[in-house]
Design a protein around this ligand. Structure first.
Ligand code: MLT
Length: 212
């Protein structure tokens, strides 16, 4: 773990060994900055990885923003934390020297939800996103322009935490905003399956060559 920086995010940065995209890893509730590093290595071996820890604690479990209950988000806090995360990302790009125009978010559950919030509020910050088990983080007053931004979404057909129709609704919202959306259906629940990893890896291999 590294010490929190000015934006207050403890994080890990793993330098890459190629000029390709940098992965922004965003863990689920109760995770930390170490959680998704193995997943990142599986998705794109050799890629640089920036992995912050959510700043909010819920009964001792790190998250990226507060909630009042399952699926009931504190939208004020979501807005503030999304802005702080965007600032952290910009500062980290300058500090570690990665190409911020090639940043691909990889989020799981709560991490996928703040990645969705970043897409909706800071549409130029991410070059693409892989969102495992996401839902609509909030409904924006107007849709941002996400033209040509590739987004991969994965939902669990029997997910008791993220109703799969929420992920479909997010897919529709992002498509309406112009994103190039790919949807994967996992036959299990909230946990990631091997099929999630394999299909996201294949999507990334195809996508990384033509990110803007
Ligand atoms: C979670 O437990 O992480 C959620 O259900 C998703 C969220 O709260 O953002």
């Amino acid at each position: 773990m590294t010490a929190p920086d000015a934006s207050g995010f403890a994080h890990r940065f793993v330098p890459g060994n190629s000029e390709g995209p940098t992965l922004l890893l965003l863990h689920g509730t109760g995770g930390d900055e170490n959680d998704l590093l193995p997943l990142g290595r599986e998705l794109l071996p050799g890629a640089a990885m920036l992995s912050p820890r959510g700043r909010v604690l819920e009964n001792g479990m790190p998250r990226f923003f507060r909630r009042f209950g399952e699926g009931r988000f504190d939208l004020e806090d979501l807005k503030v934390q999304t802005e702080l995360l965007a600032t952290f990302i910009r500062e980290a790009a300058a500090k570690y020297g990665f190409d911020s125009s090639k940043l691909i978010a990889v989020g799981y559950s709560n991490g996928a939800n703040i990645a969705g919030s970043l897409l909706l509020t800071e549409p130029r910050l991410l070059a693409g996103a892989i969102l495992f088990r996401p839902m609509i983080p909030f409904v924006p007053e107007s849709l941002p322009d996400l033209s040509a931004i590739p987004v991969y979404l994965s939902a669990g057909r029997r997910d008791p935490i993220i109703p799969p129709q929420q992920t479909s609704a997010l897919a529709d919202m992002l498509t309406n905003a112009g994103a190039a959306v790919s949807m994967h259906w996992h036959n299990g629940g909230h946990e990631l399956g091997e099929d999630d990893v394999v299909s996201a890896r294949e999507w990334l291999a195809k996508t990384k060559t033509h990110i803007r």
